[in-house]
Ligand binder design. Sequence first.
Ligand code: PNS
Length: 159
Amino acid sequence: MSKAIYPGSFDPVTFGHLDIIDRASKMFDEVVIGVLCNSAKKSLFTTEERVNMIEMMTEKYDNVKVVSFEGLLVDFAKKIDATIVVRGLRAVTDFDYEIQIAQTNKVEYDKLETVFMATSLQYSYLSSTIVREFASYGGDISRFVPAEIVPLVEDKYKK
Ligand code: PNS
């Protein structure tokens, strides 16, 4: 049985993430979305909020579940017995960072294979950082995140 982790900060989850989740759910028997709980990195949403948002958007998939993790991805992979990591690649600018992480993880845990998925063309510009930046200036983010997520992001900047 193939069990893949799709790790990330998902602060917030975007259409680009959901596209990767949809495609990964068709490629692997089980996809565990690993939401990074990183106390050093200040996120807009709490870990619980990020998990809840992704759960809400992935209810329809029987083989997708959402779990938060702290610390190293390799340790999380060992803990849940997963040997595949899925990451989306948007542009060449992602590559340096992604290959470094993938190779470090492989050195640390040889069984762990990273699979890069080419981001769909319509989402190649999209990132959570762009969503936060746009929303912080009152921009319309409905093209970037699902309708259910839009007010949750907007509310953060009203406070
Ligand atoms: O969505 P992001 O923020 O680009 O995701 C980055 C993520 C979560 C994949 C990466 O930061 C990660 O795996 N962090 C956990 C710590 C770790 O294992 N780092 C990689 C080896 S240095």
